[in-house]
Design a protein around this ligand. Sequence first.
Ligand SMILES: [Zn+2]
Length: 254
Amino acid sequence: MKTRNDQCEVHGQYERRLVEAFDGASKVVGCPNCYWESIHTSDEQSQAHADAVALKRWEATNVALFATGIAQRFRACSLDNYRTDLEGQAVALDLCRAYVDQFEENFSVGRCLLMLGNFGNGKTHLGCAILKAVVTRFGAHGLYAPAPDIISAIKATFNKGSSDTEQDIMAELSSVDLLLIDELGAQGGTEFERNSLHTIIDMRYRKMLPTIITSNLPSAELSTYIGDRALDRLRENGGHAIAFDWESSRGGGQ
Ligand SMILES: [Zn+2]
């Protein structure tokens, strides 16, 4: 966020803010006193009130979107800009849209979503798009966590002088409304790694919180990787597994 001194005709000098938007654009936020008055004392039917309320909502959503931790590369990903040249892509998109449309019910029963299949077919794109949509539409607290980053973060807590503990990391991962674990199985897969991911899935299952998993492991290997029981939990309550099984057209990427 950048600030700059500016002059309000009513309130005199103030710091004008330039707020970085999650999707890359920026928004200028004017006099804070005008804003406060528009929210609290102006006529509720007035344009100034409507604009101030819209700005307040926009800022709250913008902060929540940054809090997802979605990497810069995937910030622009949405359900609307996912390409559906192939039938499989259209089916995948429909299932993701339905997951968002029914998020209140999915959240209430902890219904998960598995996105399985070839590298480069847009699993991360759609996972991030769902996360952004539920944060924006439902005010959910979402978190994007590539599996290798989860493991690194846990291992970093073992260093002397680390300010976080393993419990801190686990507590955050097991409490957000929707967790996207990306690239499950992409890393080597030591017993420690498998156990850590299994534990996160299990903790969220017990709290009835939904998790989205992307993986390019074939489903037989996925069950070996996280265990049959964790896989069953992810598929419980009608949790879909979306197959991204077409040949990648881009030869890499998401
Ligand atoms: Zn003012």
